[in-house]
Design a protein around this ligand. Structure first.
Ligand code: S3P
Length: 448
């Protein structure tokens, strides 16, 4: 990957306008995965065309599924799970943990022999969190010292059962649910707090009666969450899927609007599932200007809304354990919100950040320190002394370590720095938001 430094400039003006954020990454992945095992043609609109989701497309094409990508419209010609055929070459998941963990669950449920590989970052990430529970229920996944490459053993015989997850993780939960679905076995799961429930929504839209505590109450439970999938053997029939705008991508521009005086930004059709929308809770907790309007549901049951954001004086805030799964990918940019708020903010129970595309807890603390901010960092927490509305110190040579969220966070930090900054590894933006730089520039010209 390109290691040349990119110069980043302080904001040339407020962020103004109306911007369509690209499609949700988690839902885009799942749209390909589930449509590939349906019978019939599924049309996906608003698909995220980016590195991670194209890894999922590549994997299912390698398994024999015909998939046409025309801009953000994708057509998947499903012929049921029995039509998937083993791939001679390893399945390349690129940088995408969601692809590797969910596809492993699917292929284990189908007992389809496969080898899954990933790039350097993905090959360093923990995979025992899926191989161990899948193995408990008869799914045989051989890891390489707990990491990728992974090999799915065709003698797998997934039995389903009950799993008590120790961490709130939608990837682990979805891996088990998909293994159970495709092996026709029942599965129940509990997790300490509800993680994102896009798999459950999509399964319900396909007629599979998944029951979850997050769904009952319409809001994430603050205690343990439970999901029940009955044994399901009826063929899944193709259905069109609309992908909402990605709140994790929206987060960077939303925080930028909160930070840069005079900003006035409208982001329509953003996915605001209660298990995903912790960003909005924190923006409000910090006193940012935010109006959420026109809440509605897509045909697939996903909640979306229009967000109207602006600048305002910010106060310190706390992020606690139940908040974390609802904003886990937004923590680097929320740390910038904390850095520009008045007072000391604390982020608790964020140990999962250490095993993302890079050690995001350490990288975020490093970025803030390069910006002149006092940060205290523990194994699974961070405390940030905000400097109010004073600009951040310009930084040089920040290394985003090829992590897309760290790359976007560095660009936002530079907007409120006291001079030009520089960073390496920003090419990682192609993973989730290839047009990020252009969109940000357009908004600064008031042309969004
Ligand atoms: C995702 C779940 C989260 C998130 C990741 C996408 C998903 O990971 O960080 O970017 O699509 O299920 P964990 O489930 O490991 O927390």
């Amino acid at each position: 990957m390109n290691q040349s430094a990119t110069t980043l400039h302080p904001a040339q003006g407020p962020l103004r306008g109306h911007l369509q954020i690209p499609g949700d990454k988690s839902i885009s992945h799942r749209s390909i995965m589930l449509s590939s095992v349906c019978h019939g043609t599924s049309r996906v609109s608003g698909f995220l065309v980016a590195g991670d989701t194209l890894s999922t497309v590549g994997v299912f094409r390698a398994l024999g599924v015909e998939i046409d990508v025309q801009g953000t419209d994708v057509t998947v010609h499903g012929r049921g799970p029995e039509a998937l055929r083993p791939s001679a070459a390893p399945l390349d998941c690129g940088n995408s943990g969601t692809t590797m963990r969910l596809v492993t669950g699917m292929l284990t449920g189908l007992a389809l022999e496969a080898t899954l590989i990933g790039d350097e970052s993905l090959s360093a990430r923990p995979m025992k969190r899926i191989s161990a529970p899948l193995g408990r229920f008869g799914g045989l996944v051989h890891t390489t010292d707990g990491r990728a490459p992974l090999r799915i053993d065709p003698s797998s015989a997934f039995t389903g059962g009950h799993h008590d997850q120790k961490i709130a993780s939608a990837q682990v939960k979805s891996s088990l649910l998909l293994a159970a679905l495709l092996s026709g076995q029942p599965m129940t799961l509990t997790e300490p707090h509800a993680s994102r429930d896009h798999t459950e929504h999509m399964l319900r839209a396909l007629g599979v009666p998944v029951v979850s505590s997050a769904h009952y109450s319409g809001a994430p439970t603050s205690g343990p969450a439970r999901v029940e999938l009955p044994a399901w053997s009826a063929p899944l029939q193709a259905r069109d899927i609309q992908v909402p705008a990605d709140i994790s991508s929206a987060a960077f521009l939303a925080v930028a609007a909160a930070l840069v005086p005079g900003s006035d930004l409208i982001l329509p059709g953003v996915g605001v599932a209660p298990t995903r929308a912790g960003l909005l809770t924190i923006l409000k907790r910090a006193g940012a200007k935010l109006t959420i309007s026109n809440k509605r549901r897509t045909g697939g049951g996903e909640e979306v809304a229009d967000l109207h954001l602006g600048h305002g004086p910010l106060r310190a805030f706390e992020i606690n354990a139940p908040d974390v799964p609802t904003l886990v990918d937004e923590i680097p940019v929320l740390a910038l919100l904390a850095a520009t708020a008045q007072g000391r903010s604390t982020f608790k129970d964020i140990g999962e950040l250490r095993v993302k595309e890079c050690d995001r807890l350490a990288r975020t603390a490093h970025l803030l320190r390069q910006c002149g901010i006092d940060v205290e960092e523990g194994d699974d927490w961070m405390a940030i002394e905000g400097r109010g509305q004073r600009p951040l110190k310009a930084f040089e040579g920040f290394d985003a370590q090829h992590d897309h969220r760290m790359a976007a966070a560095a660009i936002i930090a530079a907007l409120v720095a006291d001079g030009p900054c520089s960073a390496v590894g920003l090419d990682a933006l192609r993973i989730s938001y290839p047009g990020f730089g252009d969109d940000l520039e357009r908004l600064q010209r008031g042309q969004g």
